[in-house]
Design a protein around this ligand. Sequence first.
Ligand code: HEC
Length: 240
Amino acid sequence: MKMLFLLLTVVSMPVFAAGGSLHLDDVDIDMSDTASLQRGAGLFVNYCLSCHSAAYMRYQRMSEDLQIPKEVVEDNMMFTADRIGGLMKSTMPADDAKKWFGKAPPDLSLIARSRGPEWIYTYMRSFYLDDNSPSGWNNVLFEKVAMPHVLYNLQGARHAVFKKDEHGVEVFDHFEMVKPGSMNEDEFDSAVRDLTNFMVYLAEPARMVRYKLGVYVLIFLAIFFVFAYLLKKEYWKDVH
Ligand code: HEC
Protein backbone atom coordinates (compact mmCIF):
# COMPACT_ATOMS: atom_id res chain seq x y z
CA MET A 1 0.00 0.00 0.00
CA LYS A 2 2.73 2.38 1.03
CA MET A 3 4.61 1.44 -2.12
CA LEU A 4 1.57 2.19 -4.24
CA PHE A 5 1.11 5.58 -2.62
CA LEU A 6 4.75 6.41 -3.22
CA LEU A 7 4.44 5.38 -6.84
CA LEU A 8 1.34 7.49 -7.34
CA THR A 9 3.05 10.52 -5.85
CA VAL A 10 6.04 10.12 -8.13
CA VAL A 11 3.86 9.63 -11.17
CA SER A 12 1.65 12.64 -10.46
CA MET A 13 4.49 14.99 -9.54
CA PRO A 14 5.48 16.15 -13.03
CA VAL A 15 1.83 16.90 -13.75
CA PHE A 16 1.68 19.32 -10.85
CA ALA A 17 5.02 20.82 -11.75
CA ALA A 18 4.11 21.45 -15.36
CA GLY A 19 0.44 22.25 -15.10
CA GLY A 20 0.25 24.74 -12.28
CA SER A 21 -3.27 25.91 -11.63
CA LEU A 22 -4.12 26.68 -15.22
CA HIS A 23 -6.51 24.43 -17.03
CA LEU A 24 -6.37 23.84 -20.77
CA ASP A 25 -9.26 24.90 -22.96
CA ASP A 26 -10.94 22.38 -25.24
CA VAL A 27 -10.58 22.87 -28.96
CA ASP A 28 -12.62 21.36 -31.75
CA ILE A 29 -10.14 19.60 -34.06
CA ASP A 30 -11.65 18.55 -37.36
CA MET A 31 -9.57 17.30 -40.31
CA SER A 32 -12.62 17.40 -42.57
CA ASP A 33 -13.02 21.16 -42.08
CA THR A 34 -10.92 22.15 -45.09
CA ALA A 35 -11.84 25.84 -44.86
CA SER A 36 -10.56 25.95 -41.28
CA LEU A 37 -7.34 24.17 -42.26
CA GLN A 38 -6.82 26.63 -45.12
CA ARG A 39 -7.32 29.63 -42.85
CA GLY A 40 -4.96 28.04 -40.31
CA ALA A 41 -2.32 27.55 -42.99
CA GLY A 42 -2.66 31.23 -43.94
CA LEU A 43 -2.05 32.32 -40.34
CA PHE A 44 0.82 29.88 -39.97
CA VAL A 45 2.80 31.03 -43.01
CA ASN A 46 2.16 34.71 -42.23
CA TYR A 47 2.80 34.75 -38.49
CA CYS A 48 4.96 31.78 -37.55
CA LEU A 49 7.33 30.80 -40.34
CA SER A 50 9.48 33.90 -39.93
CA CYS A 51 10.89 32.41 -36.74
CA HIS A 52 9.84 28.74 -36.69
CA SER A 53 10.31 26.02 -39.28
CA ALA A 54 7.99 23.15 -40.03
CA ALA A 55 10.70 21.35 -41.87
CA TYR A 56 8.87 18.04 -42.31
CA MET A 57 6.29 19.66 -44.54
CA ARG A 58 6.58 20.64 -48.20
CA TYR A 59 4.48 23.43 -49.67
CA GLN A 60 3.35 21.12 -52.43
CA ARG A 61 1.99 18.51 -50.05
CA MET A 62 0.13 21.18 -48.12
CA SER A 63 -1.30 22.53 -51.36
CA GLU A 64 -2.59 19.09 -52.35
CA ASP A 65 -3.86 17.97 -48.94
CA LEU A 66 -5.67 21.21 -48.15
CA GLN A 67 -6.87 21.81 -51.69
CA ILE A 68 -5.16 25.18 -51.96
CA PRO A 69 -4.42 25.89 -55.65
CA LYS A 70 -0.73 25.70 -56.49
CA GLU A 71 -0.69 29.27 -57.81
CA VAL A 72 -2.17 30.62 -54.58
CA VAL A 73 0.52 28.85 -52.58
CA GLU A 74 3.28 30.05 -54.90
CA ASP A 75 2.09 33.66 -55.00
CA ASN A 76 0.84 34.18 -51.46
CA MET A 77 2.17 31.59 -49.08
CA MET A 78 5.78 30.88 -49.95
CA PHE A 79 7.91 33.40 -48.12
CA THR A 80 10.67 30.99 -47.23
CA ALA A 81 11.18 28.76 -50.28
CA ASP A 82 11.44 29.39 -54.00
CA ARG A 83 10.14 26.02 -55.19
CA ILE A 84 6.74 24.61 -54.33
CA GLY A 85 8.56 21.33 -53.67
CA GLY A 86 10.61 23.08 -50.98
CA LEU A 87 10.36 22.50 -47.23
CA MET A 88 8.62 24.93 -44.88
CA LYS A 89 11.82 26.24 -43.38
CA SER A 90 12.31 29.46 -41.50
CA THR A 91 14.75 31.90 -43.04
CA MET A 92 16.01 33.01 -39.66
CA PRO A 93 19.41 31.52 -38.83
CA ALA A 94 19.16 29.59 -35.57
CA ASP A 95 22.22 31.34 -34.12
CA ASP A 96 20.74 34.80 -34.65
CA ALA A 97 17.41 33.70 -33.23
CA LYS A 98 19.19 32.49 -30.15
CA LYS A 99 20.96 35.81 -29.80
CA TRP A 100 17.74 37.79 -30.20
CA PHE A 101 15.34 35.72 -28.13
CA GLY A 102 17.73 33.91 -25.80
CA LYS A 103 16.30 30.67 -27.18
CA ALA A 104 16.03 29.30 -30.68
CA PRO A 105 12.40 28.90 -31.79
CA PRO A 106 11.83 25.12 -32.04
CA ASP A 107 10.63 23.38 -35.20
CA LEU A 108 6.84 23.21 -35.04
CA SER A 109 6.23 20.17 -37.27
CA LEU A 110 5.44 17.82 -34.42
CA ILE A 111 4.54 20.27 -31.68
CA ALA A 112 0.82 19.44 -31.79
CA ARG A 113 1.72 15.86 -30.97
CA SER A 114 4.19 16.58 -28.19
CA ARG A 115 2.18 19.35 -26.50
CA GLY A 116 -1.33 18.41 -27.61
CA PRO A 117 -3.91 20.61 -29.37
CA GLU A 118 -5.48 21.91 -26.14
CA TRP A 119 -2.11 23.14 -24.94
CA ILE A 120 -1.39 25.03 -28.18
CA TYR A 121 -4.89 26.50 -28.29
CA THR A 122 -4.57 27.74 -24.71
CA TYR A 123 -0.96 28.91 -25.12
CA MET A 124 -1.70 31.09 -28.15
CA ARG A 125 -4.51 32.79 -26.18
CA SER A 126 -2.55 33.33 -22.95
CA PHE A 127 -0.04 36.08 -23.78
CA TYR A 128 0.03 39.27 -21.73
CA LEU A 129 2.12 42.43 -21.43
CA ASP A 130 5.00 42.18 -18.98
CA ASP A 131 7.52 44.98 -18.45
CA ASN A 132 9.96 42.59 -16.80
CA SER A 133 10.28 40.35 -19.82
CA PRO A 134 12.92 41.11 -22.50
CA SER A 135 10.33 40.85 -25.29
CA GLY A 136 7.72 42.84 -23.37
CA TRP A 137 5.45 39.76 -23.30
CA ASN A 138 4.82 36.86 -21.01
CA ASN A 139 2.43 33.91 -21.04
CA VAL A 140 0.41 32.48 -18.16
CA LEU A 141 0.73 28.95 -19.54
CA PHE A 142 4.47 29.23 -20.29
CA GLU A 143 6.07 31.43 -17.70
CA LYS A 144 9.00 33.59 -18.89
CA VAL A 145 8.42 32.47 -22.46
CA ALA A 146 10.97 33.85 -24.93
CA MET A 147 8.37 34.16 -27.70
CA PRO A 148 6.64 37.52 -28.15
CA HIS A 149 2.87 37.71 -28.69
CA VAL A 150 2.97 37.56 -32.49
CA LEU A 151 -0.83 37.73 -32.88
CA TYR A 152 -1.29 40.81 -30.70
CA ASN A 153 -2.54 42.96 -33.58
CA LEU A 154 -5.40 40.47 -33.87
CA GLN A 155 -6.09 39.75 -30.21
CA GLY A 156 -5.02 43.05 -28.69
CA ALA A 157 -2.66 43.69 -25.79
CA ARG A 158 -3.73 42.55 -22.33
CA HIS A 159 -2.56 42.71 -18.73
CA ALA A 160 -2.82 39.63 -16.57
CA VAL A 161 -4.29 40.06 -13.11
CA PHE A 162 -2.99 37.70 -10.44
CA LYS A 163 -4.41 37.05 -6.98
CA LYS A 164 -3.14 35.25 -3.90
CA ASP A 165 -4.62 31.81 -3.26
CA GLU A 166 -5.24 30.35 0.22
CA HIS A 167 -1.52 29.49 0.57
CA GLY A 168 -0.45 33.02 -0.32
CA VAL A 169 0.83 31.95 -3.73
CA GLU A 170 0.22 34.29 -6.67
CA VAL A 171 -2.07 32.61 -9.19
CA PHE A 172 -3.49 33.87 -12.45
CA ASP A 173 -7.00 35.28 -12.14
CA HIS A 174 -8.08 37.02 -15.34
CA PHE A 175 -6.97 39.21 -18.27
CA GLU A 176 -7.70 42.89 -18.75
CA MET A 177 -7.71 44.38 -22.24
CA VAL A 178 -5.35 47.35 -22.57
CA LYS A 179 -5.50 47.92 -26.32
CA PRO A 180 -8.01 45.95 -28.39
CA GLY A 181 -6.88 44.23 -31.58
CA SER A 182 -8.66 43.89 -34.90
CA MET A 183 -10.68 40.87 -33.74
CA ASN A 184 -13.13 40.43 -30.89
CA GLU A 185 -12.74 37.50 -28.49
CA ASP A 186 -14.90 35.05 -30.46
CA GLU A 187 -13.18 35.89 -33.73
CA PHE A 188 -9.77 35.47 -32.16
CA ASP A 189 -10.70 32.13 -30.54
CA SER A 190 -11.94 30.94 -33.88
CA ALA A 191 -8.72 32.06 -35.63
CA VAL A 192 -6.57 30.25 -33.07
CA ARG A 193 -8.77 27.18 -33.46
CA ASP A 194 -8.01 27.28 -37.21
CA LEU A 195 -4.31 27.65 -36.48
CA THR A 196 -4.38 24.74 -34.01
CA ASN A 197 -6.35 22.62 -36.46
CA PHE A 198 -3.67 23.28 -39.06
CA MET A 199 -0.88 22.40 -36.61
CA VAL A 200 -2.56 19.07 -35.83
CA TYR A 201 -2.63 18.37 -39.57
CA LEU A 202 1.02 19.43 -39.78
CA ALA A 203 2.00 16.96 -37.08
CA GLU A 204 0.30 14.07 -38.83
CA PRO A 205 -0.52 14.72 -42.50
CA ALA A 206 -1.30 11.00 -42.85
CA ARG A 207 -4.47 11.67 -40.86
CA MET A 208 -5.75 13.45 -43.90
CA VAL A 209 -5.07 10.43 -46.09
CA ARG A 210 -6.70 8.14 -43.54
CA TYR A 211 -9.72 10.38 -43.38
CA LYS A 212 -10.17 10.37 -47.17
CA LEU A 213 -9.48 6.65 -47.33
CA GLY A 214 -12.15 6.07 -44.72
CA VAL A 215 -14.74 7.74 -46.93
CA TYR A 216 -13.75 5.58 -49.91
CA VAL A 217 -13.91 2.44 -47.80
CA LEU A 218 -17.45 3.32 -46.72
CA ILE A 219 -18.52 3.99 -50.31
CA PHE A 220 -16.98 0.68 -51.33
CA LEU A 221 -18.79 -1.16 -48.55
CA ALA A 222 -22.09 0.42 -49.56
CA ILE A 223 -21.71 -0.68 -53.18
CA PHE A 224 -20.42 -4.09 -52.16
CA PHE A 225 -23.47 -4.55 -49.94
CA VAL A 226 -25.79 -4.18 -52.94
CA PHE A 227 -23.96 -6.89 -54.89
CA ALA A 228 -23.72 -9.17 -51.88
CA TYR A 229 -27.45 -8.79 -51.35
CA LEU A 230 -28.25 -9.53 -55.01
CA LEU A 231 -25.99 -12.55 -54.91
CA LYS A 232 -27.68 -13.83 -51.76
CA LYS A 233 -31.08 -13.49 -53.43
CA GLU A 234 -29.79 -15.34 -56.47
CA TYR A 235 -28.47 -18.23 -54.35
CA TRP A 236 -31.61 -18.62 -52.28
CA LYS A 237 -34.25 -18.14 -54.92
CA ASP A 238 -34.69 -21.87 -55.68
CA VAL A 239 -34.43 -23.11 -52.12
CA HIS A 240 -37.98 -22.39 -50.97
C1 HEC B 1 9.51 36.44 -33.34
C2 HEC B 1 9.80 35.04 -33.45
C3 HEC B 1 8.65 34.07 -33.26
C4 HEC B 1 7.50 34.02 -34.01
C5 HEC B 1 7.08 34.90 -35.16
C6 HEC B 1 6.73 32.91 -33.47
N1 HEC B 1 7.41 32.31 -32.44
FE1 HEC B 1 6.80 30.68 -31.41
N2 HEC B 1 8.52 30.75 -30.29
C7 HEC B 1 9.54 31.67 -30.45
C8 HEC B 1 10.58 31.39 -29.49
C9 HEC B 1 11.88 32.17 -29.31
C10 HEC B 1 10.15 30.26 -28.74
C11 HEC B 1 10.87 29.57 -27.58
C12 HEC B 1 10.23 29.99 -26.31
C13 HEC B 1 10.88 29.49 -25.07
O1 HEC B 1 11.31 28.34 -25.04
O2 HEC B 1 10.94 30.27 -24.11
C14 HEC B 1 8.84 29.89 -29.27
C15 HEC B 1 8.07 28.83 -28.79
C16 HEC B 1 6.86 28.41 -29.33
C17 HEC B 1 6.07 27.30 -28.86
C18 HEC B 1 6.39 26.44 -27.66
C19 HEC B 1 7.31 25.35 -28.03
C20 HEC B 1 7.60 24.49 -26.84
O3 HEC B 1 8.57 24.75 -26.15
O4 HEC B 1 6.85 23.55 -26.63
C21 HEC B 1 4.98 27.20 -29.68
C22 HEC B 1 3.85 26.18 -29.59
C23 HEC B 1 5.07 28.26 -30.63
N3 HEC B 1 6.22 28.98 -30.40
C24 HEC B 1 4.12 28.49 -31.62
C25 HEC B 1 4.17 29.57 -32.49
C26 HEC B 1 3.13 29.83 -33.45
C27 HEC B 1 1.88 28.98 -33.68
C28 HEC B 1 3.50 30.97 -34.11
C29 HEC B 1 2.72 31.69 -35.18
C30 HEC B 1 1.39 32.14 -34.82
C31 HEC B 1 4.78 31.41 -33.54
N4 HEC B 1 5.15 30.53 -32.56
C32 HEC B 1 5.49 32.52 -33.97
C33 HEC B 1 9.59 32.69 -31.37
C34 HEC B 1 8.60 33.00 -32.29
